[in-house]
Ligand binder design. Structure first.
Ligand code: AOS
Ligand code: ZN
Ligand code: ZN
Ligand code: ZN
Length: 426
């Protein structure tokens, strides 16, 4: 299942007039404020977000899983789904694979398919939170932090294997997320667990190719409910420093306790040159993995404001690896990802509109009211036609979601794949 350029052109034909009127209005408004609209569009068009291979199927919860009809049941079909999203949005130019859920059988074929859909292979993700078929040791009581050396060695070996797989695909980074922790006080010695984790990560780091990065994800709780070994950005930052210059912290928006000031964490890490990757999603309570921007769009904008500031002022921080880490229980995953991409682009565009010079001046003068006005002025701008223009210039759809529905893609996927398919993964 592929979407053709003609199908997109046809869909855009119908939207063209409306889009033009809105864009011209906004362009005029922004030009009056001395905003370089063409530059802005270019930045938006260049912004690419990876889709993880586990986001294309229905995730479910521990209480149940409801299949979404026509789900991709193998890696080829997952890549095809990302291809559909990228064709419509032109902002999802990469796929992030999870090992062992998505080990390619035929590397040449998989790479060729990705190339034909204009997709790159983003970070590879290791999995030491589940026991794999036939493995000798169990991760029930942790992986890189386990009290048993044999378990730690198995988990280290797995990560090295994942790097090897990534190398064959052209990936340039490894993301490590650990479920390690404890569910009851006294179960673990905090220092021993952290010490083991640091040593294990250093061991994995030794196998990292010279042009690779390692991303260390943190999370306060779940699946363990008393303590998590890498619980917060400080721990992740400390471990990244212990490993070396190719190791970075990764911020997943859902991995913070309620009301945490995530934008401040972003700012601190970028100042220290240690923010490597980003997992987008949204949440009300915890690691809810909901559609980006569906719950706290203003918080997302404030985070992007710091990201934009960092990208412009912190050359010590490398280019970031952007990814959507979401899970879908009741929506069509493709529709959900299109909505997430739109929300990301919107927050980014609004952050680009913040007048940094005026903001700095207002800060110098302690003009608190004016500082707020500047941020909210940018946030309240309707930037949708700008994002549409960025998409159109790259051959995408003015309205990706509408086009997806009009082209009846899901219906065709069901015809092709069958109704009761199940995606591998979470
Ligand atoms: C888990 O909570 C983390 O967000 C991971 O980044 C990811 O969702 C998991 O590794 C899926 O494999
Ligand atoms: Zn994540
Ligand atoms: Zn998560
Ligand atoms: Zn999450």
């Amino acid at each position: 299942m592929k979407i053709s350029k003609d199908q997109i052109a046809e869909s855009n034909q119908k939207e063209q007039n409306n889009h033009r009127v809105q864009f011209e209005f906004l362009e005029d408004q922004l030009s009056r404020k001395n905003v370089h609209v063409a530059e802005l569009i270019q930045k938006l068009a260049d912004f690419q977000v990876a889709i993880p291979s586990w986001a294309l199927g229905a995730g479910g919860t521990r209480f149940g899983r409801f299949s979404y009809y026509g789900e991709p049941s193998n890696l080829t079909q997952k890549i095809e789904d990302v291809g559909i999203i990228h064709m419509l949005t032109r902002t999802a130019g990469a796929i992030s694979l999870h090992i062992p859920w998505d080990v390619p059988e035929d590397y040449t074929a998989v790479k060729e398919l990705a190339r034909s859909l204009d997709l790159k292979f983003d970070a590879v993700n290791s999995n030491t939170f589940q026991d794999q078929k036939g493995s000798r040791e169990s991760y029930k009581f942790g992986s890189l932090s386990n009290v048993s050396q044999a378990v730690r060695e198995q988990a280290i070996a797995h990560n090295k294997e994942v790097i090897g797989i990534g190398e064959k695909l052209g990936s340039k980074s490894l993301t490590v997320w650990l479920a390690d922790g404890s569910s009851f006080p006294g179960q673990n010695n905090f220092q021993t667990a952290l010490h083991h984790t640091e040593n294990s990560l250093k061991e994995i780091y030794k196998s990292l190719p010279i042009d690779w990065k390692m991303f260390i994800e943190y999370k306060p709780y779940e699946p363990n409910f008393y303590s998590t070994v890498i619980q917060d950005w400080g721990t992740s930052f400390m471990l990244a420093n212990a490993c070396g210059e190719k190791a970075y912290s990764l911020v997943d928006l859902g991995h913070h306790l309620p009301n945490t000031n995530i934008e401040q964490i972003v700012s601190t890490l970028m100042w220290k040159g240690k923010l490597g990757g980003f997992h987008f999603n949204d949440s009300k309570f915890g690691d809810d993995d909901l559609t980006v921007g569906s719950i706290k769009p203003y918080a997302l904008f404030l985070i992007f404001n710091e990201l934009v500031y960092g990208m412009e002022n912190n050359p010590q921080n490398p280019d970031l690896a952007w990814m959507i880490d979401a899970s879908h229980n009741i929506k069509d995953p493709i529709e959900d990802l299109i909505q997430s991409l739109e929300a990301i682009q919107e927050a980014y565009a609004k952050a680009l509109l913040v007048d940094q010079v005026a903001l700095k001046l207002a800060q110098q003068e302690n003009d608190v009211t004016q500082c707020q006005e500047i941020l909210q002025g940018a946030y309240r701008t309707d930037v949708r036609s700008l994002i549409q223009m960025a998409r159109v210039q790259k051959g995408g759809a003015i309205h990706p979601l509408k086009a997806y529905r009009e082209l009846a893609i899901r219906k065709k996927l069901i015809e092709e794949r069958g109704k009761h398919t199940i995606a591998t993964g979470l």
